[in-house]
Write a protein that binds this ligand. Structure first.
Ligand code: AMP
Length: 175
C-alpha cells in the first residue's frame, strides 16, 4: 500500500530546521524511481473526480511531484515561489509562519480568470503556506479546486484551516 511505502521511505530528521521540529525528508523517495512513479499515479488517482485546469506547485519541494502530476493529468504547471525568484511581473502575498513572516509570488499571467487550480506541495503542516497560495490564486480570479500533498501532519489541524479556501484536501500519507 502506498501510504506504508511512503512512511517506510521518508526519513525523520529531528531538530531541523530548528529545535523541536521533526522534518520529514522526502529525498529518499526521490532515489526510488519506481516509488516516484507509484506516488505520481496515486496522486492522480486520488484527484480523478476533481476538476483541474492547472497544477500550481509551491517552492521548492512542491515542484518535484507537482510537475510530474501535471504531466500525468496532461495540464499546465505553474510555480508559486518565494519572493524575488520569479523573473516576470508578479503578484505577492505576505503570510506569517510560526516565528517569522514571508512572501509568496506568482507571475501575473500565470492563470486565467475562472481556471480551476490544484495546489500541490510535499507536506501539509499548519496550512499557512497553502492559505497564502490560495489568496494569490484568488487575486488572479482563478479558483482553487483542491489541494494535494504527499504527507499531511494531521495533528497540526491544517485540513480544518484549509476548509475555508478549498473544497478538497488530499494526502497520500497522514500522521
Ligand atoms: P505550513 O505552512 O505550516 O503548512 O508548512 C508547510 C510548508 O513547510 C511546506 O512547504 C513543507 O514543505 C514545509 N514543512 C513544514 N513542516 C515540515 C516538516 N515537519 N517536515 C518537512 N517539511 C515541512
Amino acid at each position: 500500500m502506498i501510504e506504508a511505502k511512503i512512511k517506510s521511505t521518508v526519513r525523520d530528521v529531528a531538530d531541523f530546521p530548528k529545535p523541536g521540529i521533526i522534518f520529514k525528508d522526502i529525498t529518499p523517495i526521490l532515489k526510488d524511481a519506481q516509488l516516484c512513479s507509484e506516488i505520481t499515479a496515486a496522486l492522480a488517482l486520488q484527484l480523478k473526480d476533481v476538476q483541474i485546469d492547472v497544477v500550481a506547485g509551491i517552492e521548492s519541494r512542491g515542484f518535484l511531484f507537482g510537475i510530474l502530476l501535471a504531466q500525468a493529468l496532461k495540464v499546465p504547471f505553474v510555480p508559486i515561489r518565494k519572493a524575488g525568484k520569479l523573473p516576470f511581473k508578479t503578484i505577492q502575498q505576505h503570510y506569517t509562519l510560526e516565528y517569522d513572516s514571508a512572501v509568496l509570488e506568482l507571475h501575473e499571467d500565470a492563470l486565467l480568470a475562472g481556471q480551476k487550480v490544484l495546489i500541490h506541495d510535499d507536506l501539509l503542516a499548519t496550512g499557512g503556506t497553502v492559505v497564502a497560495a490560495s489568496k494569490l490564486i484568488a487575486k488572479l480570479g482563478a479558483e482553487v479546486s483542491g489541494c494535494s500533498f504527499i504527507i499531511a501532519l494531521d495533528f497540526l489541524n491544517g485540513r480544518s484551516r484549509l476548509a475555508e479556501y478549498t473544497p478538497e484536501t488530499f494526502a497520500l500519507a497522514s500522521y
